[in-house]
Design a protein around this ligand. Structure first.
Ligand SMILES: [Zn+2]
Ligand SMILES: [Zn+2]
Length: 903
């Protein structure tokens, strides 16, 4: 039985017990910017636990999860993983402990055929809440007499609560005993936390409502939430040493071994071969790998396998490597894996070549992974290559640190190596040790913690709207009906008023508040399109303005309004959006679809939308690409988009089953969760009668024009880099393009007036003017130099040299340098000192005449000596140096000091 079968059997088992099989929710939580990743199976069922949704009472799922807290521990243990799958069964006020535990036991012993004698069962022994006698008596009923001794008590580890108050309850965990060969000195039994006893399944019984005074009230409806890591169950069922040798990870390691064992040194090669040979027997693996030299490379392989899985799922969910938030987590995964491969002796980018090994593991369950394979591969390769380059630079930086250090590398410098160049601390220490210098670890950790604080708080502030304040209202209000696809105004009943803290009011005086209406023509900001703004009317009378509209959680639209009158829930209003703004915005949104499609045609199907922004003035379209597109390519993209307009295509919108997206090959955004049915936006001639014959088809909730004629023309204004691997096209279309052109025209008008020339002659005139300015500048320079030549210079012989003093009035270093150059060319065996004294400041240059520039005399040394005696700054080369600074002596002092140095 492999992992695919285990997953299937689990879901099927609970389906047989009347559970709905619910698909895994996306790895990136929807509508909750405060959560980086989905980290447990129950997350998507929160509305059921809160009683907000009631359409099912039992559910089961296999949830994709990602935990960032364990990244640094991956590889060190057999437990820690970043990406994992969580099997679970859930009851929302339906069945409780007895069924859940019984099914748990049955599934493990009958479906999975685990020997019951290997299993242990924990119950909560009591502490802050009473002992779980109920679970104890249920286990005694389920288990045969001889296994009653396998029930044991645990403390607060077996009590779950959401916070200081609110839902909470005891848990019961099922453990698996791997047998004596995994025993160790001082083992404390099932609760030991060692490699012998493995916790496989946690059943949480949410039965209490914890009060402020610490007492517990019974909840009116009790819930079940269980979680079993697929990876743990699989390594027990497949009988392997750890999850990393199972069908969930080993294919990756196996591919790594076959790709690279010929490149690594003999010792590592031998270890890799041993791992391959013994991976399918836990006893052999322990004896030949864990208790031997080969153990050294085990963490590397675990990290590569774990991080590759994690990275692939994150990329597939739409994450792109970057320096903040989710992108930063992804970047760390790729760089860590790369680094640990390089330590083994792999020299080039290798992760992207392991992607095929994910097919047998996941293609049955998560088809998106195979579908996005080309994209995942190119993102990986690009980040890997970038990292290798950074590493090379880092090595140079490290070497310079070692060379210039006075016995130690500061924590700040070490952190820079870690943060910017991706050097792990161990590596920094290793290199430093070799060179006999120390690393300030304490300061390093301080810098690291500080950076983490910053990146954490940076994440929190990135969502501008605090969704938290809407949470309460969202649960109590019906979904808002959006009528703005076909109307610019609508009559609607006011159903809620929220103040700035989310408190629901019945009446509101003049001022700012969030208003919720039964239905609304106002588009709430989403999918990169800004919100509509507009006005509120009571009958014929305008009573306020709507300055923003948001749907932070997804269901209810909140209108940020500025009201001049007292209003009350239940009143009916006329809502009017700013029509002109909307029409301009719609043209720009449709233009994005035109560009998106054209882009794929010219730059390849692999380029993907990485973000977008559209308002009434312009659009921005971010896309993934590993190079800079040529001007010619951008022209072609623009041309294709505008040809669609010439072809008089129309824009059709239709709600269709989400499954049609795949059938019709619609463009969807990675990581976006679409509703079902979803809105399809089609650009073609015949509409949905013939959707295959088309210019573009995208899933999109935005507002669009009906006819491409209303886009007029699409103009790309700019293409620039956003970050490594992501570029941004900025453009304009529709009415806003006309306005944009108007404003450019105005500039032309001004120019033409200033120059008293018609438009056509302006470019010619400007090149003439430029030429003229250049000639004039040249002339001025000549005059200046000539003037200088006539300046009085003073010549004094010192030792073998002629010292030439030249004072000038200008302190412009360019002029001084020009003058010095002239003198250096014209004189022989001379040291030329050009200086100026102005407003308490001195500036000077020291130059050697060309015939002695290779002699032992060094202008920069002379300059440094002079400047230190004057307490000012100087620097330069052997044949020319310059300096300057505050100066309050007289001219003769300066010359004397200069001569003193030479004597
Ligand atoms: Zn133990
Ligand atoms: Zn769109």
């Amino acid at each position: 039985m492999d992992s695919n079968e285990i997953r299937k059997k689990f879901l099927f088992f609970f389906k047989e017990h009347s559970h709905n099989i619910v698909d895994s929710s996306p790895l990136i939580p929807q509508g909750d910017p405060s959560l980086l990743f989905t980290s447990a199976g129950m997350v998507q069922f929160k509305p059921y636990y809160l009683g907000l949704k009631k359409d099912m009472k039992r559910a089961t799922s296999c949830q994709k999860c990602f935990r960032t807290s364990d990244i640094d521990n991956v590889g060190k243990t057999i437990r820690h993983l970043t990406f994992f799958e969580m099997l679970g069964n859930f009851s929302f006020g339906d069945y409780f402990k007895e069924e859940s535990l019984k099914w748990g036991y049955d599934f493990l012993t009958k479906e999975m055929q685990i020997n019951p004698e290997r299993l242990y069962f924990s119950i909560y022994k009591g502490g802050i809440a009473p002992k779980d006698e109920e679970a104890l008596s249920i286990w005694k009923k389920i288990l045969p007499q001889n296994l009653h001794s396998h029930i044991f008590e645990m403390g607060e580890d077996n009590f779950w609560s959401m916070g200081e108050t609110g839902p909470s309850g005891p848990c019961s965990e099922i453990y698996y005993d791997r047998g004596e060969q995994f025993d160790h000195k001082g083992c404390k039994g099932p609760s030991c936390g060692c490699d012998r006893y493995i916790e496989i399944w946690n059943h949480v019984f949410t039965q209490f409502d914890r009060q402020i005074d610490g007492s517990f009230k019974n909840l009116p409806t009790k819930n079940i939430d269980t979680g079993m890591g697929l990876e743990r169950l699989t390594f027990i069922i497949e009988n392997r040493f750890s999850p990393f040798e199972t069908s969930l990870f080993y294919p990756i390691i196996d591919k790594f071994i076959s790709n690279h064992s010929s490149q690594v040194n003999d010792k590592i090669k031998l270890s890799l071969e041993l791992i391959k040979k013994h991976h399918d027997s836990p006893q052999d693996f322990k004896k030949n790998i864990i208790d031997s030299d080969a153990f050294q490379i085990i963490p590397n392989l675990r990290i590569i396998a774990d991080h590759l899985r994690g990275a692939a799922f994150l990329i597939s969910a739409g994450v792109i490597p970057s320096n903040e938030g989710r992108g930063y987590v992804l970047r760390r995964l790729i760089r860590r894996a790369e680094r640990f491969g390089m330590i083994l002796g792999v020299k080039e980018a290798f992760l992207h070549e392991l992607i095929d090994s994910l097919d047998p593991i996941f293609s049955n369950v998560y088809p998106e992974l195979s579908k996005n394979k080309a994209h995942i591969k190119s993102v990986l390769l690009f980040e890997e290559e970038g990292f290798i380059k950074t590493l090379e630079n880092g090595e140079k930086y490290m070497n310079s640190l070692v060379k210039n250090s006075s016995g130690s590398i500061s924590g700040q410098e070490a952190f820079k190596l870690y943060e910017t160049y991706g050097f792990p601390l161990e590596l920094i220490k290793e290199i430093a040790n070799k060179n006999g210098i120390a690393v300030d670890e304490k300061e390093f950790n301080k810098a690291k913690n500080q950076a983490q604080e910053i990146s954490r708080s940076g994440w929190k502030s990135s969502g501008e709207i605090n969704t938290f304040i809407f949470q309460k209202a969202e649960g109590q209000l019906p979904p808002t009906i959006f009528t703005g696809y076909d109307r610019y105004e609508d009559k609607s009943k006011l159903i809620a008023i929220l103040d700035e803290n989310g408190n629901m009011l019945n009446t509101s005086q003049k001022g700012r508040s969030w208003l919720v209406f039964e239905k609304t023509p106002f588009y709430a900001e989403s999918g990169g399109q800004v919100a509509d703004t507009g006005e509120i009317y009571l009958g014929e009378e305008k009573i306020g303005e709507i300055i923003d509209a948001q749907k932070p959680i997804g269901k209810v639209f909140y209108h940020l309004s500025e009201i001049q009158k007292t209003i009350t829930v239940g009143m009916e209003f006329n809502l009017k959006i700013d029509k002109i703004k909307r029409i301009k915005t719609a043209a720009n949104h449709t233009a994005i679809h035109l560009i998106n499609s054209a882009l794929k045609k010219i730059l390849g199907e692999n380029t993907r939308q990485a973000g977008s922004f559209v308002n009434h003035e312009k659009f921005r379209f971010d896309y993934t690409i590993n190079r800079t597109p040529t001007l010619d390519e951008l022209k072609k993209i623009e041309e294709i988009a505008n040809n669609a307009i010439k072809e008089e295509y129309k824009v059709y919108k239709e709600l269709r089953a989400l499954s049609d997206a795949e059938k019709l090959g619609a463009t969807i955004l990675l990581g976006e969760k679409y509703s079902d049915p979803a809105r399809f936006v089609l650009i073609n001639k015949e509409g949905f009668k013939n959707p295959k014959d088309r210019y573009s088809l995208e899933l999109c909730g935005g507002t669009h024009v009906d006819d491409l004629k209303d886009v007029f023309y699409v103009k790309i204004i700019k293409d620039s880099s956003v970050s490594r691997g992501i570029r941004r096209i900025e453009g304009i279309s529709g009415y806003s393009l006309i306005e944009y052109m108007e404003s450019k025209n105005k500039i032309l008008d001004i120019l033409s007036e200033e120059l008293t020339l018609p438009y056509e002659e302006i470019p010619n005139k400007i090149s003439h003017l430029k030429e003229e300015i250049k000639n004039l500048k040249e002339e001025i320079k000549n005059i200046q130099t000539k003037k200088m030549d006539n300046l009085q210079k003073e010549e004094i012989p010192v030792k073998n040299y002629k010292i030439i003093f030249q004072k000038i009035n200008s302190s412009d270093i360019k002029i001084m340098r020009g003058l010095s150059d002239n003198l250096r060319n014209e004189n022989k065996n001379s040291i030329i000192f050009v200086y100026s004294i102005n407003e308490g400041k001195v500036n000077f240059t020291i130059g050697l005449s060309n015939d002695i520039k290779n002699s032992d005399t060094d202008a920069s040394i002379i300059a440094k000596k002079l400047s230190s005696s004057l307490n000012i700054k100087a620097g330069g080369r052997k044949d020319f140096a310059q300096g300057g600074g505050i100066f309050n002596l007289c001219e003769n002092n300066l010359k004397e000091k200069f001569l003193d140095i030479l004597k």
